[in-house]
Design a protein around this ligand. Structure first.
Ligand code: HOZ
Length: 428
């Protein structure tokens, strides 16, 4: 059995000063039972806790660590940038370089505004869509999580779903009266919503590959249908690519699936592990933002030089495309290994994967949307999670989060992970 003495001490102390002992709910391990471990350091595909336990990490700081933890070029870029000052609140050259890189990678983005988190990016994109179309209603999908903005915290995924409160307390009903929530992968539901709200829907926001209720994929033709419906109605299509951007391909899910949204939201990878967000899209829409237009959005730390330096370095390394081939290979190795392990153990598992993102659901039925995901046996997941942790593999401590493979995961790491999963499944 692993020793967690120091983690336990820190958690006991944290509970005195931090609500639930954590600064983001899922980290508290409440969905799987037990207590969180506290990180000491992370390097490549590994995390070490304060008791010296080592883990192969598939959380990857919830997505950003696509090149592995503490990637030397990123660390050097941050150090160099810090020597020139940690924040200016004045335009700086790195912001321009970052904007150009994003624009080159994602052709639907003609102009981009940097902010500080994925939450900010989605909140601002929604405001912009409403300002541009002069329509108030927004469609979102149940299980999709777009950060903790009031109007989007309705039937949300991630932590909100993990703890059974997909609608948060503290959000007045009037704040969400313009949010229409529909099931994912159901084109008819979208058509019906547009028919019932003529000329009122400002936009549809979605994770093109939802990764905050586990992971499920858009059915063939689904994203195309959303594009067509929004275009013919005059509503905007907003892709929340906070997780999928620069991960499912250099140009994100929109490149992988060949769809051109009007607006896109980014975060995670574009900060190289530092806090960042961005939203961008067609120039005529983006130019509605202040100081050019009437839609207000701002931020003291937006375009922060450290985050820009880290993010630029990450994007420049990803640019060639070789990393993505390796990620796909590792993902396939993991997927095949997991299928085999589950089959041998006689445990029903739906292993969903897209690029380097994955999730295993303990159910015998395919998972295409939130209601399918809810059929997963969460008690089984919790048991599986703890067995994996004991064997040195760290998965997200919730059934409703995706796993992330990084360029630092070796074929040997994947083999070890599959062997651990086979062992864990024997005990389920
Ligand atoms: N639940 C978020 C990811 N989908 C963030 C979790 C965290 O940073 O603790």
């Amino acid at each position: 059995m692993r020793n967690f003495t120091r983690s336990r001490e820190l958690f006991a102390e944290a509970l005195n000063y931090i609500p639930g002992g954590v600064n983001s709910p899922v980290r508290a391990f409440r969905a799987v039972g037990g207590q969180p471990f506290f990180a000491e350091r992370a390097k490549g595909a590994r995390v070490w806790d304060v008791d010296g336990n080592e883990y192969i990490d598939y959380v990857g700081t919830w997505g950003p660590a696509i090149l592995g933890h503490a990637h030397p070029p990123i660390i050097r870029a941050i150090q160099k940038a810090a020597e020139h000052g940690t924040s200016f609140g004045i335009p700086n050259a790195l912001e321009v370089r970052m904007a150009r890189l994003i624009r080159e990678a994602v052709p639907s983005v003609q102009k981009v505004r940097m902010c500080n988190s994925g939450t900010e990016a989605c909140m601002s994109a929604i405001r912009l869509a409403r300002g541009f179309t002069k329509r108030d209603k927004i469609i979102k999908f149940d299980g999709c999580y777009h950060g903790h903005t009031d109007s989007l915290l309705v039937k949300a995924g991630s932590g909100a779903l993990t703890f059974g409160n997909p609608d948060s307390a503290g959000v007045p009903a009037s704040f969400t009266q313009h949010t229409i929530v529909l099931p994912f992968n159901d084109v008819d539901a979208v058509k019906a919503a547009f028919a019932a709200n003529p000329d009122q829907v400002g936009g549809i926001i979605l994770e093109p590959v939802p990764g905050n209720a586990g992971l499920y994929l858009p059915k063939p033709g689904y994203l195309e249908a959303l594009r067509e419906i929004t275009q013919s109605d005059g509503a905007l299509l907003i892709f929340d690519e906070v997780m999928t951007g620069f991960r499912l391909a250099f140009g994100g899910a929109q490149q992988r699936f060949g769809i051109i949204p009007d607006l896109s939201c980014f975060g995670k990878i574009i900060g190289g592990g530092l806090p960042v967000g961005a939203f961008g899209g067609r120039a005529e829409i983006m130019d509605c933002l202040a100081p050019l237009g009437p839609v207000y959005q701002a931020g003291t730390l937006s375009g922060n030089p450290l985050a820009m330096a880290a993010g630029i370095t990450a994007l420049e390394e990803l640019q060639g495309g070789n990393v993505y081939c390796q990620l796909e290979e590792r993902a396939q190795q993991l997927e095949e290994g997991m299928h085999l392990a589950a089959k041998r153990a006689g445990v029903p598992v739906q292993f969903n994967a897209c690029g380097s993102m994955f999730c295993g659901y303990f159910t015998d039925k395919p998972v295409h949307n939130l209601s399918d995901a809810m059929h997963s046996d969460r008690a089984r997941f919790a048991k599986f999670f703890h067995s994996m942790l004991e064997q040195g593999v760290y998965l997200a401590p919730s059934q409703f989060e995706a796993g992330f493979i990084s360029a630092a995961h070796s074929a040997d790491d994947i083999d070890k992970t599959v062997a651990a999963a086979a062992e864990a499944m024997k005990g389920l």
